[in-house]
Structures are given as C-alpha cells and as structure tokens.
Design a binder for this molecule. Sequence first.
Ligand code: QAP
Ligand code: CO
Length: 173
Amino acid sequence: MTLNIVEYPDRKLKEKSVNVELFDQDLYDLLDGMYNVMMESNGIGLAAIQVAHAKRILILSIPDEESEQSKEDLIEMINPVITNKSGECVYQEGCLSVPSFYEDIIRFESISVNYQDRDGNTKIIEADGLLSIAIQHEMDHLEGILFIDRLSYSRRKKFEKEYKRMQKEKKKP
Ligand code: QAP
Ligand code: CO
C-alpha cells in the first residue's frame, strides 16, 4: 500500500477518526503502509488520518539509547484510551503533517493507555518521557487536533505567517 502524508492546511486533518471494528487484512496493510511512510519520512510517530484514513490507529517508533529505531520497538495502537494522567512537561514538538516547524508544547508527564494491538488483543501501557509525549501528540490527531492548535494566539499567528511564506518558497520553480 502506497500512502502519502496529508499536510497542513489540508482540512482532512481536522476530521475525527472512528474506532476500528475489523482486525483484518485491510488493517494489516494500512499498518504496514503507515510504517513504511513514517520511516521514509524520518518520523517517530504517525496517525492514520495523516495518510487520509480516519481510523483510530497510531504507530510509534521511539529511538533507543543509541538513537536507533528498531522494528522490534514499534508500537501499534488501535482504539487507544488514556485511563490515567499525571504531571506536566514541555517538549519541542514537530509533525510530519506540519513540515519544518517546531514549537514547545505542554503535555502530561506520565499516562496510562488502554489500546488494542493488530490482532485485537487489549493492552495496557504506562508511559513517560518521549513515548508519553508522542502518544498524546498522536492521540490528538484522532480528534482532529494538531500541535499548532495548542499554541497561544500570538505564537499561532507567527506560525501562520512563517508557514505561508515557506509554502510560497516551496512552489517556486
Ligand atoms: C510526533 O513527529 C511527535 O518537520 C511525531 O521536517 C513530536 O515524527 C512525537 C518530522 C514530538 C514526540 C515528540 C517533522 C520529520 C517528524 C518535520 C514526527 C520534518 C521531518 C515528526
Ligand atoms: Co503529528
């Protein structure tokens, strides 16, 4: 399955994703396609809506101590729900759908998440650090929320100006 990343300001990114009911070959193909496009784009996390599928699916590949992303560490989350959250932290986030822009965002420090894997088995994960931030960022996508939606009014205005200028620059021959 060849997939393309949907980029801001495409309104597709504002769609709310729906629960996955069928754990079938179509789901496996989508998950594998998402993995390929995330790795080709040098990403660490991706939600299905970013490849135009409004399903409650996200994948995460957090680099290890040696900054390597190994396939064994890949996490696939289907129908995730946060059951517990605590603390606060700030991290400079980016997003494959908002290329070349990074800004500090406040998130919960630690979270507990209930989700299903690709076979439909229920899993529980306790996350902190980068994994916790990445899960919260990707779960926002399932609600149609981008990290830039969490910026203050003035930061958001600054972003819109910078981003528009960048897009103009891109279109030049
Ligand atoms: C979400 O983000 C995230 O602008 C995943 O030019 C963000 O993979 C999780 C990327 C922060 C945890 C912390 C962005 C690649 C990748 C770009 C990404 C770019 C190339 C973003
Ligand atoms: Co994102």
